[in-house]
Ligand binder design. Structure first.
Ligand SMILES: [Zn+2]
Length: 350
């Protein structure tokens, strides 16, 4: 098994195309052709995690947060990121980042958090828009099947549980080849009319449309229900226990009844309105600022349990997914959750 095979397993769940457009996901260090026998899964790449990888003879680290995000100033000991790249390369360890693609995939980061909290009937908090694109191509009738097959091979026409989806219709295309053209049909300077469904011509005719339809399999956050209603005071205790945290920040009435819970792993303040609109009693996320607490305005219990804590459940979840997929392929590849990754934020209690 090589890095590319692991990449394909991850793509089937959280394809790179669904990542935030300014994110940097995928292979960051190493080669797609390198052999993989041991995989380490972590939230971050740190000196400790790279040391752990070296000790365990890991071939590939899969990290949620990309190591390469901002421009790297130097690949030397002076730059934290450069130093880590150097260490990885020197030890033949490849690095793959699955970041916002894993946030937006069904069963991703927020679903892992919802699972950890024991939520049921979990679905996306918000279905995402503008991820889907519609491609229209124009080709002569005798080229339909080869063009359709090539497009399907490249991943076009996948809708929910179906692939090879297409719609075909006939029409009349017109064109006049100008000087310098090498037309497949017709002659330079003469107007042509062709019965076509679509076309492999000198200039490929195609349109790409952005769709506003919500995608069925990609979205943000998650919403579900607790097995039974509890007062906010009890729900907060449930959070500190299940996420193993010494404290949390929140705004809400401790006696408020909590049943329907929205969650978003990582910095999810942007989904506060969605959580309110979907009728959630509580919204659990991280990196909530003072003014976002102000904005919640008693309409929902808003709870910040920390960035690391809300994302950490994805690590065992991803390990489980990889193990399942590898077992199905009868691959003898070891997958380990990092036990050296740690929260960069510390708590102090006097
Ligand atoms: Zn994060």
């Amino acid at each position: 098994m090589i890095v590319r095979d692991v990449h394909e397993i991850l793509e089937a769940w959280a394809p790179k195309e669904i990542a935030w457009e300014r994110d940097n996901v995928g292979l960051q260090v190493g080669s797609m052709l390198r052999r993989v026998q041991k995989i380490l899964v972590s939230l971050d790449v740190t000196d400790e995690v790279v040391r752990e990888a070296r000790e365990k003879k890991i071939d590939l680290i899969i990290s949620h947060h990309p190591l390469l995000f901002h421009p790297v100033k130097s690949v030397s000991g002076e730059d934290r990121v450069g130093r880590l790249i150097h260490e990885l390369a020197k030890n033949g360890i490849s690095l793959y980042a699955a970041h916002t693609n894993l946030d937006f995939a069904e069963g991703g980061v927020s679903f892992a958090l919802a699972g950890r909290l024991g939520l049921r009937n979990t679905g996306f908090l918000q279905k995402d828009q503008f991820i889907l694109k519609k491609v229209v191509v124009f080709v002569p009738a005798d080229h339909i099947e080869s063009v359709a097959a090539a497009m399907a091979d490249a991943g076009a026409g996948r809708i929910g549980q179906y692939d090879n989806c297409s719609f075909r219709t006939r029409g009349t295309g017109t064109f006049k080849p100008l000087a310098g053209a090498k037309p497949l049909i017709g002659a330079k300077g003469r107007m042509e009319k062709v019965e076509e469904v679509s076309h492999p011509y000198d200039e490929v005719a195609y349109d790409v449309y952005n769709l506003s339809n919500p995608s069925a399999s990609h979205g943000s956050g998650a919403i579900g229900e607790l097995p039974r209603e509890m007062p906010l005071s009890k729900f907060l205790a449930h959070l500190t226990r299940t996420l193993r945290i010494p404290g949390l920040r929140f705004r809400g009435n401790l006696r408020a009844k909590i049943r329907r819970v929205a969650v978003c792993g990582g910095s999810g303040s942007g989904y506060l309105q969605a959580a309110i609109q979907r009728g959630a009693d509580a919204f659990v996320t991280a990196d909530v600022t003072y003014h976002v607490f102000q904005e919640s305005d008693g309409r929902i219990a808003l709870i910040d349990t920390g960035h690391f804590e809300t994302e950490q459940p994805i690590v065992p979840h991803l390990v489980g997914y990889l193990k399942g997929q590898l077992a199905r392929r009868r691959e003898r590849v070891g997958v380990f959750p990092s036990n050296r990754m740690k929260n960069f934020v510390q708590y102090y209690n006097s």
